[in-house]
Design a protein around this ligand. Structure first.
Ligand code: AP5
Length: 217
């Protein structure tokens, strides 16, 4: 199964991709995580991407397409994978279709996580992420047992640089301009499913599983 998770920043793509990956043994391919790892290692890709990400802008298409091109050829992607945050432009979606055609594969479903902008700002500004294992918490809705410390690995929790309110507004604007056209892209080819992602995490997860089960029939 090849899944595309579409949706604005903070709509819960990463949260749901992690749950689904654990449940079905499909890797979560998050271009955001890949870019943050590249920044941490100070690779040429990371250094180039950093200035775009800090500012809430999209990294260049060619850069993220290159990352995905290599990743989907790895052996663990064979049974299927979840694309979390890719594609984000029509150019990326067309490149993905082309790459998959070369591998004799295709996108099975594109799931849109729908949440109003106001709720997204609240979710993102309160998000805290573990520096070590990437686990996510929230200052109000998902507090760690000990403030500032990851429940899983006891490493420090940090606020992502792009989760400050001014940058969040920019990311939302870019989402509406550059990424929202993908809703029509996947609707046209009959692959789009829309989910109410304003519900509680467990309810959203149940909706995702229901959507997958319905598409398998
Ligand atoms: P990326 O890391 O992909 O960020 P994003 O798409 O902006 O998404 P987020 O990770 O912010 O949110 P999410 O939808 O995964 O929600 P989450 O589950 O974390 O990209 C970062 C940057 O990298 C981009 O701005 C760009 O610069 C660059 N980039 C990445 N991919 C690119 C590409 N393809 N092309 C070009 N540039 C690219 O949840 C958010 C919070 O809400 C958490 O605190 C969570 O606990 C909480 N939450 C989740 N679900 C619920 C719920 N149901 N109810 C209440 N709270 C919830």
């Amino acid at each position: 199964m090849i899944l595309v998770f579409l949706g604005p920043p903070g709509s819960g793509k990463g949260t749901q991709a992690k749950k689904l990956a654990a449940m079905h043994q499909w890797p979560q391919l998050s271009t955001g995580d890949m870019l943050r790892a590249a920044i941490k290692k100070r690779t040429p890709i990371g250094i180039e991407a950093e200035r775009y990400m800090q500012d809430g802008k999209l990294a260049p298409d060619s850069l993220v397409i290159g990352l995905i091109r290599d990743r989907i050829r790895e052996p663990d992607s064979k049974p299927g994978f979840i694309l979390d945050g890719f594609p984000r432009t029509v150019t990326q979606a067309e490149a993905l279709d082309q790459m998959l055609t070369e591998l004799n594969r295709t996108v099975d479903l594109a799931i849109l996580f729908q949440v109003p902008d106001q709720a997204l700002i609240q979710r993102l500004s309160g998000r805290r992420t573990c520096l070590n294992c990437g686990a996510m918490f929230h200052t109000e809705t998902l507090r760690p047992k000990n403030e500032g410390t990851c429940d899983t690995c006891q490493s420090p929790l940090v606020q992502r640089e792009d989760d400050h309110e001014g940058v969040i507004q920019k990311r939302l604007k870019i989402y509406h301009e550059a990424t929202e056209p993908l809703v029509e892209y996947y609707n046209k080819n009959g692959k789009l499913k829309i989910i109410n992602a304003s519900l509680e995490t467990s309810q959203v997860n149940a909706l995702v599983e229901k959507t997958l089960a319905a598409s398998a029939q």
